[in-house]
Design a protein around this ligand. Structure first.
Ligand code: AMP
Ligand code: GLY
Length: 437
């Protein structure tokens, strides 16, 4: 089988790596991929948002299965277009992709099907919203309705902060049309956790849990990022909680999809707040999480191609998904300055020094030819051109490891993190550090 993976981050590297283990997969392409993905797949120079380019390539190359990583092409309707072109595709269609692309769509869905979530109101008129600041008290949760690369949520502590956020989203349009509509929510307290599920039209199966670290600095300090690391399984979950999530959230969600004619086939990523009165949905994403996927797929024992294929054919119920009991830790190495401005093009050192059983998933990297000065031999400067791997994004690498315990995995991950370096490299030291109360 020939598989095309759309995307070029750590999540896509983990998916590509896992698919190399399938005896059914004999060729993997990735659009656009990155320097690490190039080790396990053939990277093609087509951007993930170039839907025409992707469809053309998939048809010409007779792709048997396309797998979509990121949310933007999903929201643009890449699945509908690939299916029209006759290409089997893993991921939700445009209608279902609204579950991530519109917060108001998701809130209305949750409300309609009595799925626990924060109370909310939506606004399209800035003046009306400004008159309603503080409707649920403070902190005030203000969300741009559309996709904003994970930056569209502001938790305003004061009226002044709320007014500033509203002016930025609706007045200055910092997120473009994503801020035309704003959702204001009740502030929820508790412990945050996410649950990734495989979903087809008849079945929803949670994957093993993973805990993400969203803030940039140790101890959950500093601004939010795309995710600075994960460990799996998450210690937030236990059997009772999983049962409540199954009956109060997963089952009604699947029934809701069926009632609303949402033929969701792909990964549903549920952001949860576990409070005193039980689990509530914070948000839905409709794709694998990044870097949750890096930890979770390390523990998957079942052929990932079989799962993808079954989901697309609505046969997920027939697959017996098995997981390793081992624990996983993934530490993200990010560029200096991230999640704010950062420089690219820094040479990454040490990639060939990491242990054999450690996976270094590339998130933002590319290969480049660089001229390296070797010195002066008296007759002139000696230089040679060599291929190097350089940084090309905010999150650069994810060092992912299995161990018999969280502590063992964590120790091994950090031993290997120390072998890697690039100018400005930053990472959190507390990934996988389980604080037991
Ligand atoms: P979202 O993109 O909707 O997941 O929101 C980003 C982050 O904002 C979440 O991971 C939470 O930390 C926080 N957040 C979102 N909604 C709420 C809420 N209603 N109450 C408290 N925190 C929230
Ligand atoms: N790690 C969070 C996300 O993928 O959205």
């Amino acid at each position: 089988m020939k598989v095309l993976i759309v995307g070029g981050g750590g999540r896509e590297h983990a998916i590509a790596w896992k698919l190399t283990q399938s005896p059914k997969v004999n060729k993997i392409y990735c659009a656009p991929g990155n320097a690490g993905i190039a080790d396990v797949a053939e990277c093609i120079a087509v951007k993930a948002e170039d839907i025409d380019g992707i469809c053309k390539f998939a048809k010409e190359s007779e792709i048997d299965l396309a797998v979509i990583g990121p949310e933007v092409p999903l929201a643009m309707g890449i699945v509908d277009e690939l299916e029209k072109a006759g290409v089997k595709t893993f991921g939700p269609n445009k209608k279902c992709a609204q579950l991530e692309a519109s917060k108001a769509f998701t809130k209305a869905f949750l409300d309609r099907h009595n799925i626990p979530t924060a109370g909310y109101k939506e606004f399209t008129d800035k003046e009306k919203l400004l008159k309603s600041v503080g409707i649920y008290g403070y902190p005030m949760v203000i969300k741009a309705d559309g996709l904003a690369a994970g930056k569209g949520v502001v938790i305003a502590e004061t009226e002044a902060e709320a007014v500033k956020a509203i002016e930025e989203m609706m007045g200055e349009k910092v997120f473009g049309s994503a801020g035309d509509k704003i959702v204001v929510e009740e502030y929820l307290t508790g412990i945050e956790a996410s649950m990734l599920c495989f979903v087809d039209e008849h079945t929803i199966i949670p994957m093993e849990s993973a805990q993400d670290y969203k803030r940039i600095f140790d101890g959950d300090k500093g601004p939010n990022t795309g995710g600075m690391g994960t460990y799996s399984p998450s210690l937030v979950f236990n059997k009772d909680l999983e049962e409540r999530i199954r009956t109060e959230i997963l089952n009604p969600t699947l029934e809701g999809f069926q009632k609303d004619g949402l033929d969701f086939r792909g990964v549903l990523f549920i952001g949860l707040m576990i409070g005193e009165d039980g689990p509530k949905v914070i948000e839905f994403n409709n794709r694998f999480g990044d870097p949750e996927t890096q930890s979770v797929l390390l523990r998957l024992e079942t052929d990932l191609f079989d799962i993808f294929d079954a989901v697309v054919d609505n046969k997920l119920a027939d697959v017996n998904i098995k997981w390793s009991d081992q624990k996983a830790v993934c530490v993200v190495l990010a560029s200096g300055g991230y999640p704010g401005d950062y420089e690219k093009g820094k040479i990454i050192h040490g990639l060939n020094r990491v242990d054999q059983d450690v996976m270094v998933f590339h998130a933002g990297t590319k290969s480049e030819e660089r001229t390296v000065h070797m010195g002066d031999n008296g007759c002139g400067i000696i230089a040679k051109t060599e291929s190097v791997v350089v940084t090309d994004g905010g999150r650069v690498l994810g060092v992912a490891v299995l161990g018999d315990t969280h502590e063992e995995a964590r120790e091994k991950a950090f031993d290997n993190v120390k072998k890697l370096s690039f100018d400005g490299m930053q990472y959190r030291n507390d990934i996988g550090l389980i604080v037991r109360k």
